[in-house]
Design a protein around this ligand. Structure first.
Ligand code: ATP
Length: 274
């Protein structure tokens, strides 16, 4: 796997308008946006903003999206790395990348660092990790991350957001005060939240007839935001293939069928592996 584009700096154009059904999580991250926009408001009262915030939730629930929205709303640079990119690297390389990332970020304060799949580097030491040869590397990368987190002050302007599906798998050292000590939970959307997510993803589409979002939401229990985004795009592709003038209800139903079939296949493969 290439490790050429490990550290990406992005200008995030995502805003809270693009995020749906995550009201509570959104409220919690708004404080970060306010801080990044106007740090003095906080510092003059002696308030310390958290340095590290962990976004915890199942795949596709919008962790990356929410992190991008924080950067987009605050209009600050967004540095993104994925923990899984570190897994197959030589000892020392991962640590050097982490150092490099924090150095670059510190030159661009205020800014956001986003670490996707934190568990890939931050998995609890000893929990089966010793079986894999990648362990030394993971440990040195993890240690570097801890060092970096400790190395800057609370109100320095660098805020580290990280995503994981499993907070309980993480090395407790990561969760200590001054590191990832604030957790925000994202859940799979309920009916009302799925409706809201459908609305966001219907926005760019050309529709025919009236599309009942309540009906679509009722047909998709257990679906994540990413699944819903997928359905909307798939429906548009189906309509385009049929050379329709707009995306209709039947296209959405076909798309749901396809996605459900895909999910079933995936879960069969997973259970066959067990
Ligand atoms: P993973 O754990 O798999 O990395 P994630 O939680 O980071 O997933 P995202 O990558 O943020 O999920 O979601 C993928 C896409 O799904 C988003 O870019 C967006 O299009 C859509 N999506 C997910 N959640 C939401 C949401 N709450 N509102 C609107 N769109 C969403």
């Amino acid at each position: 796997k290439s490790n050429a584009v490990m550290v990406e700096k992005e200008e995030s154009r995502v805003t809270f308008e693009d995020v749906a059904g995550l009201e509570e999580a959104e409220m919690e991250v708004k404080e970060i946006v306010d801080f990044l926009k106007n740090p003095k408001l906080f510092t003059r009262l002696g308030a310390k903003i958290p340095k590290g915030i962990l976004l915890v939730g199942p795949p596709g629930t919008g962790k990356t999206l929410l992190a991008k929205a924080v950067a987009g709303e605050a209009r600050v640079p967004f540095f993104i790395i994925s923990g899984s990119e570190f897994v197959e690297m030589f000892v020392g390389v991962g640590a050097a990348r982490v150092r490099d990332l924090f150095n670059k970020a510190k030159e661009k304060v205020p800014c956001i660092i986003f670490i996707d799949e934190l568990d890939a580097i931050g998995r609890s030491r000893g929990k089966g990790a010793y079986l894999s040869g990648a362990n030394d590397e993971r440990e040195s990368t993890l240690n570097q991350l801890l060092t970096e987190m400790d190395g800057f002050g609370s109100n320095s302007g660098v805020i580290v957001l990280a995503a994981t599906n499993r907070a309980d798998m993480l090395d407790p050292a990561l969760l200590r005060p001054g590191r990832f000590d604030r957790h925000i939970y994202l859940e799979l959307p309920n009916l009302r939240e799925r409706e809201a997510i459908f609305k966001v993803h219907l926005r760019p589409l050309v529709l025919t007839g009236s599309i009942d979002v309540n009906f679509l939401a009722s047909q998709t229990p257990g679906f994540s935001g990413a699944d819903i985004a997928n359905i909307c795009n798939e429906a548009a592709l189906i309509a385009a293939r049929k050379k329709e003038d707009g995306v209709g209800k039947i296209d959405f139903l076909d798309a749901i069928d396809r996605i459900v079939a895909g999910l079933e296949k995936k879960s069969k493969i997973i259970s066959a592996e067990e």
